[in-house]
Design a protein around this ligand. Structure first.
Ligand code: DCP
Ligand code: CA
Ligand code: CA
Length: 392
């Protein structure tokens, strides 16, 4: 039986980031400029849905709670830090979560409420800058090189934002500050919850050198596996390879690894992006001929897509199945339903229907992908739009 491994799952921003790298960085240029003058802040809310519920319902404070359906087939969207002590995690089946933490309290999610809270958080961001790039419902990059408060240090802006979120919204955020997005993102995760971490240019390499390669942004399970197979389990070892060697092993990702391992990430904070789709895909180690194995892959993709949809807050009513044949011929088939597609069971049902109508070549399928598009909820694009509107 062929083994299957996900190569990479994308959503628009990750895809964009790959594409922008390939366009902007000619690979024959051996030296990449390292832009260290910017001040980038990455803000990510702590246990976002669970914290909103604990804020709004005092009886839940200090208790282990999970946001999600309690029933046998439900999954945990997120858990309070009290519940995480028992090992309860996002995307875990609710039944498993209850085994780990018998006193776990399940709370039904309120998506539109979380979006409204997210919009309030963005209002705070906009007091400091209009250069805001939302990454998901609870996190964003801010370029505060120039900021409306006239603060000199990025860390001062981060502190002021955290304080405003705490005092005005009664919620806790973690923030990372550095001269680029990659490092700011890693930094915000560093001392979560209630974290605040700054990575200065002169400390970047020593910081990166202690990271597991999995912490590199954009490195998914398959790239991580390949890195480990090659003995490249840390940034110094990646730096020992030439750009050409890295590209030979990893394609475009090689160029990103080359730069990230040197603390370089010159992508700008892009405020104008409005998400139009969310998707993921899986490339198989060997081409798949058997329908049952394709169905297994769809099941994994449906689960991944459900999580991505939830994290992004994107709501769309069209599901597209992408099938790439052994010879790279690529076909897509779509189905539209009147309402937002959010649930993995619905995704899987629709995907199976699309697969039923597709031709599976004798010599097998190389890749399957699932994407949700056609936004249905007017509030969602608006939420991300707002971040792009100066001053409002
Ligand atoms: N989410 C979801 N399903 C997932 C992952 C996340 O519905 N598989 C939702 C619930 C989270 C929110 O998205 O509250 C933000 O996701 P994060 O990954 O930022 O996780 P949290 O904010 O919950 O926790 P942390 O403190 O680790 O950031
Ligand atoms: Ca979060
Ligand atoms: Ca997040």
């Amino acid at each position: 039986m062929p083994s299957i491994m996900p190569v990479f799952c994308y959503d628009e921003q990750i895809l964009h980031f790959f594409l922008s790298f390939s366009r902007r960085m000619p690979i024959e240029t051996p030296l990449f400029r390292n832009d260290t003058h910017r001040k980038i802040v990455h803000v990510d809310m702590d246990a976002f849905y669970a914290s909103v519920e604990q804020r709004d319902r005092p009886e839940l404070r200090g208790r282990p709670i999970a946001v999600g359906h309690a029933d046998g087939r439900g999954v945990v969207a997120t858990a309070s830090y009290e519940a995480r002590q028992f090992g309860v995690r996002s995307a875990m089946p609710s039944s498993r979560a209850r085994q780990l933490c018998p006193d776990l309290i399940f709370v039904e999610g309120r998506m539109s409420h979380y979006k409204a809270v997210s919009a309030e958080i963005h209002e705070i961001f906009r007091r400091f800058t209009d250069v805001i790039e939302p990454i998901s419902i609870d996190e964003a990059f801010l370029d505060v090189t120039e900021n409306k408060a006239g603060l000199t240090l990025g860390v001062e802006v981060a502190k002021a934002i955290k304080k405003a979120i705490r005092t005005e919204l009664n919620l806790v955020a973690s923030a990372g500050v550095s001269y680029n997005k990659f490092l700011a993102k890693v930094a915000s995760d560093w001392r979560k919850p209630d974290g605040l971490c700054t990575i200065h240019p002169d400390r970047a390499l020593s910081f990166i050198d202690q990271l597991p390669v999995e912490a590199f942004w954009g490195v998914g399970p398959a790239t991580a596996k390949r890195l480990h197979e090659l003995g490249l389990d840390s940034a110094p070892k990646i730096r020992a390879l030439s750009l050409n060697e890295l590209i030979a092993h990893f394609g475009e990702m090689g160029s990103i690894l080359y730069q990230f391992s040197r603390g370089i990430d010159n992508r700008s904070v892009r405020p104008e992006r409005i998400r139009k789709s969310v998707g993921c895909e899986e490339t198989f180690e060997e081409d798949i001929r058997h329908r049952a194995l394709l169905e297994d892959a769809l099941r994994r993709l449906a689960e991944e897509l459900e999580g991505r949809l939830a994290r992004s807050g994107f709501r769309g009513s069209t599901l597209t199945l992408k099938i790439r044949h052994y010879d790279f011929t690529t076909r897509t088939r779509s189905i539209s339903v009147g309402t937002a597609i959010t649930d993995r069971r619905e995704i899987l049902r629709l995907a199976d229907e699309l697969l039923d109508g597709a031709t599976i070549p004798e010599r097998g399928v190389r890749l399957l992908g699932l994407t949700v598009s056609t936004p249905v909820d007017e509030r969602q694009p608006l939420l991300f739009d707002l971040a792009a509107l100066p001053g409002d």
